[in-house]
Design a protein around this ligand. Structure first.
Ligand SMILES: NC(=O)c1ccc[n+]([C@@H]2O[C@H](COP(=O)([O-])OP(=O)(O)OC[C@H]3O[C@@H](n4cnc5c(N)ncnc54)[C@H](O)[C@@H]3O)[C@@H](O)[C@H]2O)c1
Ligand SMILES: CC(C)[C@H](C(=O)O)[C@@H](O)C(=O)O
Length: 372
């Protein structure tokens, strides 16, 4: 849907906790540097509080002011939130991103995974260099419907209920098919795989039925089905054969971390949480308490999430300059990784967050000259 073209794009920046703060600082610096080089549309990035540490200090994880700003912004840029020892009385963590997904109706979790030259070869098969797939995760229902509603009874039984609706499955399936259509224009072919557990659960057989109904409106795109356990195997055995996958919320949560493992870890795994009216862009990783505060985080996933935001804004506001800026950022990151002189600590190198950021910013002018 094309919206009017703003003179300035308001971006609500929510760094959050742990390495979320570090990779966000890096990403804002990169976005600023990129817009100074291409002199294109301006992003106004304004920072807002939210997260586990905010909850620990102020008793709320997602202040009303932050939620209002996220609603009003053209897009939300999000670091990571949560801290394992900050918990609600029921033992779960304050995790504002889940509240934002519901409040902004961000039903499609788009999690692309692709191999970049210079990344570690986790799989020995040379075809692993062709890994390029997208996992689309339903994000407003599924097993996450149970959040805040679970029970433990006196008999020592605990229940969490899964919700699958026709509306929720239909819209996320259509989102996956439309994404496949875009990829087909670039790659000549596209396929959507419905990942479910329709052999066991009524809710999952229903998910598959609704997916099949939606598929009828996309005759140019092939589709198939896989059980989630078999998909875990395929992701390791031949991930280069995968294209677009659509799945239930919890399955998508688990498979997306597995997918990141195929390219060496979470540091190159971006994501977009997208609905019909709002978009939030964040790395798929968490706050990484084990490395937080040590300048060790790989900011690559955050950079790629920033590029996904630019692509989404470009499409929504018919502003091709922002799409070019997304390619500029990707290209600078590719140059740094491919060159190998600056290697993220995550992959055994010595470059921390700051060194990676400086290197990618330094690669922008050359990337800009090449792309022009
Ligand atoms: N989207 C989010 O904000 C999000 C996602 C997952 C987890 N969390 C929260 O984050 C906290 C920690 O969760 P976790 O440890 O299970 O997952 P995590 O993703 O934070 O960390 C898993 C592992 O990956 C490494 N890692 C993650 N991102 C990295 C990066 N950019 N560079 C280098 N290494 C990186 C970490 O060091 C750790 O070893 C928890 O509170 C959890 O609820 C938040
Ligand atoms: C932190 C957590 C609630 C979140 C999720 O489960 O959606 C994370 O794992 C993710 O993948 O974005």
């Amino acid at each position: 849907m094309s919206q009017t073209t703003p003179s300035i794009y308001e971006i609500a920046v929510l760094p959050g906790d742990g390495i979320g703060v570090e990779v966000m600082q890096a990403c804002v610096a990169l976005l600023d540097a990129a817009q100074k080089i291409d002199h294109g549309p301006q992003l106004k990035m304004t920072r807002y509080d939210a997260g586990a540490q905010h909850y620990a200090k102020h008793g709320e994880a997602l202040p009303e002011r932050t939620l209002d700003a996220a609603r009003a912004a053209h897009a939300v840029l999000f670091g990571a939130m949560g801290w394992p020892n900050v918990r609600y009385p029921d033992g779960t963590e304050p995790i504002p991103q889940l509240d934002l997904r519901m409040a902004l109706d961000l039903y499609a979790g788009v999690r692309p995974i692709r191999w970049f030259a210079g990344l570690p070869k986790v799989l020995t098969d040379s075809r692993a260099e062709n890994i390029d797939f997208v996992l689309v995760r339903e994000q407003t229902e599924g097993l996450f419907y149970a959040r805040g509603k679970g029970s433990v009874n006196e008999a020592g039984e605990s229940y969490d209920t899964m919700q699958i609706t026709r509306r929720g499955t239909d819209r996320v399936s259509r989102f996956a098919f439309k994404l496949a259509e875009q990829r087909k224009r670039r790659r000549g072919q596209a396929n959507v795989t419905c990942v479910d557990k329709a052999n066991v659960f009524t809710s999952m057989a229903f998910f598959r039925e609704v997916f099949n109904d939606a598929a009828k409106d996309f005759s140019g795109i092939s589709f198939d089905h896989a059980y989630v356990d078999a998909m875990a195997l395929t992701m390791i055995k031949k991930p280069w054969a995968l294209d677009v996958m659509v799945t239930e919320n919890m399955f998508g949560d688990i498979l997306s971390d597995l997918a990141a493992g195929l390219i060496g870890g979470m540091g190159m795994a971006p994501s977009a949480d997208v609905g019909d009216d709002h978009g939030l862009f964040q790395p798929a990783h968490g706050t990484a308490p084990d490395i937080a505060g040590q300048d060790k985080a790989n900011p690559g996933a955050m950079f790629l999430s920033g590029a996904m935001m630019l692509d989404w804004l470009a499409d929504r506001h018919d502003q091709p300059e922002l799409e070019q800026r997304a390619r500029l950022i990707e290209s600078a990151l590719e140059t740094v990784l491919g060159d190998g002189a600056v290697r993220p600590m995550e992959y055994g190198g010595s470059a921390g967050t700051k060194a990676m950021t400086e290197a990618v910013i330094a690669a922008l002018p050359q990337a800009f000259a090449t792309l022009k």
